[in-house]
Design a protein around this ligand. Structure first.
Ligand code: HEC
Ligand code: HEC
Ligand code: HEC
Ligand code: HEC
Ligand code: HEC
Length: 402
């Protein structure tokens, strides 16, 4: 039994008339992050809105974007695996991962029984398959009303431009990085709170925006052959985890080198205990550099702190582990079980107990950024090229048991 609300039936018949610029009525009833960005026409002076087209003149920005996760937002193997597992909700996901209406093969005109997992779809005659593959592409952020928008008031460009102050504010990022929605009776939620975490913290008060940390400034020509000016790097490096689709490893490393690691490990001194005594080693893990919670973003992310005491031959005498992140229960209902993330500047002690050996020993602490657990990566059959975790910080101390 298909129960589409009368307004939607009306739209179904109207849809035969080409009224493609407007947002379909259905979307206008949904929160902003469940709506695609309206259809975009090619700005005057350009041959198209694909990143490749922009890249002809904005070569360096294009190459940086290619290394970024924004360019991977569609091909991302985890994203693809999740879409296949839950095809019913894919219409929700695409509004952030391929946000332009030009990037959608179909549009939603209603929900059967008001069920978000049972959309009524209609083919999109303006679908551009190549543009979809570019995920969060240049035009996702820069093209509106058939005009290129940017942070500068004065430019001499071969295409129409419009100044938009949002390019130097968190608002531009919040469209996708701040979205909270629960779906009663469903085993999924939408929970991206980076925008709010930032707004509640010290960096918003100081006026340090997302771009200051994630798009570090460089002075260079904005397009080929133009006078150098301030340009924000388009790499958006953060967790130092790779998706596997980067095109230039050397450039990826350069960009990653400019992105600070969020966590800092502050080790307590090696205990001055005698050989054979029980001792404690304390290491403080601090969110020293992220402008929001650590970790932020996807609820599966974690920072894992491992402590080890190693004997003279590298043998493990003791170890301890602390997972900093969120834990959710998904079945039978979605429930947040714990949230141990660190707010900006916040620290947590990780403690290891060990028996002091005779002679030299080593104390090692390492912090690992984790995107997905092995269990979930296995469940999604993710390839090895999909990096699950990476060590981002390490400290080592020498001890001596006498
Ligand atoms: C034919 C070359 C060319 C192409 C293609 C091109 N641009 Fe430009 N663009 C320029 C030049 C030149 C400038 C001005 C540089 C300056 O004044 O420093 C510019 C300026 C800009 C600005 C700054 C505008 C502002 O107000 O801050 C943005 C953003 C921009 N382009 C984005 C794009 C995007 C997105 C595309 C693809 C849809 C694109 N450009 C395609 C040459 C090009
Ligand atoms: C149109 C939606 C959209 C907008 C706007 C957007 N992002 Fe993203 N961003 C995404 C998606 C989707 C991903 C994840 C892609 C993936 O991993 O599959 C992402 C990932 C990221 C990451 C993660 C990097 C890592 O290490 O994993 C950072 C950092 C980031 N974005 C910063 C920004 C900043 C800063 C802005 C504003 C200038 C911004 N984003 C605007 C959609 C968006
Ligand atoms: C996720 C959103 C996003 C995407 C995708 C994106 N940009 Fe930008 N772009 C920005 C922001 C934000 C700024 C302003 C950065 C700053 O100056 O701090 C900017 C600035 C620019 C500028 C002006 C120079 C500067 O840095 O101020 C140009 C030119 C530009 N982008 C071109 C491109 C091109 C070409 C692509 C695709 C290859 C692209 N952008 C993809 C968000 C984006
Ligand atoms: C003071 C600098 C700073 C500001 C401001 C900032 N970030 Fe970050 N962000 C970081 C650092 C550092 C990391 C890397 C954390 C790590 O090591 O995993 C990060 C990580 C991320 C991640 C990946 C998730 C993770 O935990 O690694 C996303 C997504 C992100 N930031 C988005 C944003 C957005 C959106 C804003 C603005 C609302 C923003 N950031 C503001 C520094 C900043
Ligand atoms: C409100 C916008 C939005 C919607 C809707 C959305 N995403 Fe995302 N997605 C993001 C942002 C922003 C990130 C980057 C955060 C991060 O990497 O931690 C992201 C990251 C991801 C990642 C990479 C996670 C990682 O740790 O690298 C996957 C996979 C993903 N999303 C799948 C989905 C699926 C599946 C759906 C639909 C059920 C969906 N997303 C809906 C904005 C969105």
């Amino acid at each position: 039994m298909i129960r589409v609300r009368p307004a939607h039936l009306l739209f179904l018949s109207l849809a035969l008339v080409p009224c493609l610029g407007a947002i379909p009525e259905f979307y206008s009833t949904r929160p902003p992050f469940e709506q695609p960005i309206p259809l975009q026409y090619t700005p005057e002076g350009l041959d198209g809105i694909s990143a490749k087209q922009c890249g002809v003149c904005h070569q360096q920005i294009y190459r940086e974007w290619q290394q970024s996760v924004h360019a991977q937002a569609w091909p991302d193997p985890q994203f693809q695996a999740e879409l296949k597992k839950q095809p019913g909700v894919s219409w929700l996901c695409v509004n952030c991962h391929t946000p332009l209406r030009n990037q959608l093969d179909s549009l939603v005109v209603g929900l059967i029984d008001d069920d978000v997992e049972r959309p009524v779809k209609q083919a999109n005659p303006k679908f551009e398959p190549e543009l979809k593959k570019e995920g969060v592409t240049c035009a996702s952020c820069h093209v509106r009303d058939g005009v290129v928008e940017g942070p500068y008031k004065e430019v001499d460009a071969p295409h129409e431009v419009r100044y938009n102050p949002a390019f130097r504010s968190a608002e531009l990022c919040a469209r996708c990085h701040q979205a909270v929605q629960s779906y009663p009776g469903k085993n999924f939620i939408c929970t991206f709170t980076t925008g709010d975490e930032w707004a509640a913290g010290p960096f918003a008060k100081k006026g340090t925006v997302c771009q200051d940390c994630h798009m570090p400034a460089v002075t260079r020509p904005l397009a080929e052959g133009t006078t150098p000016r301030r340009v924000g790097r388009h790499g958006w490096m953060a967790s130092h985890l790779r998706k596997g689709g980067e095109t230039e490893p050397a450039l990826w490393h350069t960009l990653a080198g400019l992105a600070p690691v969020g966590v800092q490990l502050k080790p307590g001194p090696a205990p001055a205990a005698r050989a054979g005594a029980q001792a404690l080693w304390k290491v403080r893990a601090v969110n020293a550099r992220a402008g929001h919670n650590l970790p932020s973003g996807d609820p599966e992310r974690a920072v894992i702190v491992h402590l080890f005491a190693l004997g003279a031959r590298g043998d493990t005498l003791a170890q301890a582990e602390e997972r900093i992140g969120q834990r959710y229960q998904w079945y039978p209902v979605v429930k947040l079980l714990s949230d141990t993330r660190l707010k900006p500047g916040e620290g947590r002690d990780v403690v290891m107990r060990f028996k002091v050996p005779r002679g030299p020993y080593r104390l090692v602490a390492r912090a690992v950024n984790e995107r997905i657990s092995d269990a979930n990566a296995g469940y999604h059959r993710l390839p090895d090229s999909y990096e699950r975790r990476r060590e981002v910080a390490r400290v080592e101390l020498k001890g001596m048991g006498r």
